[in-house]
Write a protein that binds this ligand. Sequence first.
Ligand SMILES: [Zn+2]
Length: 263
Amino acid sequence: MPELPEVESIRRQLKPLLVGRYVTESNSHPSDKFIAAREIVGLGFEAVLRRGKYLLFILDNGSEMIIHLGMTGQLIPGLDLSDPHLRAWWKLDNDVILGYRDVRRFGRIRIYSSGEYEGTLKNLGPEPLSDDFTVDQFYDSLKRSNRKIKTQLLSQLPVAGVGNIYADEACFHAGIYPGVRKLTRAKTAELHHSIRKVLSRAVENGGTTLRDYVNVDGEQGNNQHYLVCYGRDGEPCINCGEELRRTIIDGRGTTFCRSCQRR
Ligand SMILES: [Zn+2]
C-alpha cells in the first residue's frame, strides 16, 4: 500500500502536469468509490497537496477532489483507456488524459467543500515532516490510548502517513517492540526521530516498490534497498546479527529483532 513517501512522490510529479490546467471531459467506473471523478468537468486545478496518504486536488470552485490510492491505485498520464483496471480518467485542456488505474479497487475518489472532510481524513494526526509533529504532542497523543504502539501508528491518529512498512522500520530504528502499549518520553522521542528519518529518506529515494507501486512515470521507487527490517524476517539483524522474526500484531504482519526490540 502506498504510504506517505510514495504518495508524496506521486504528488510532486502530478503538480506540474495539473496546476493551471482544467478538466474538459471525464468518466469513471460507476462504483460509489470512483463516481465522484466525474464531478470536476469544467474545473481547474489550483494546487496538488498531500495529507498523510491522501492526495488533495484543490479546484478553482473552492472544492477539493481527494484520492486515496488504497492498495494498488496508480495515477498515470496517457494511460490506455482500454486498460481493464482503469477506474476513472480526466481529459485536460491540453488533451493529456490522466488515468486512475486500480487493480484491487481499494482506492477511493471523493469531493469535499474546502477542508470539510469526513472519516479518517478529518481526524488525521500531524504531518510527520512538518513542525506540527512535536515530541510533546506525540507523547500526549500516544499516552491517551492503551492500544499497541504499531496499531496506534497505523490508525493515523498520533501522526499521519505511516503504514506497515514505515511503522516496522521506525520501531526497529528506535529499538521499540511494536507490540508495547506504553513508551517513556525518551523512547517516544526516539520513535519521533525514527519516523522522520525513515520517511524523509524514503521521500528522497522516490518511495518503496515491493510489488505494485510505480510513480507517475511508471518507474519503481528506490527505497526498498534501504529497508533494514520490514519483510526481512529470517535475515540477520543489521545491529546484532540475530535472525529477525515475524509476528502478527493486531492482524498485521510485523518484523522485529528479539534482542534489539525487547518487549
Ligand atoms: Zn538486533
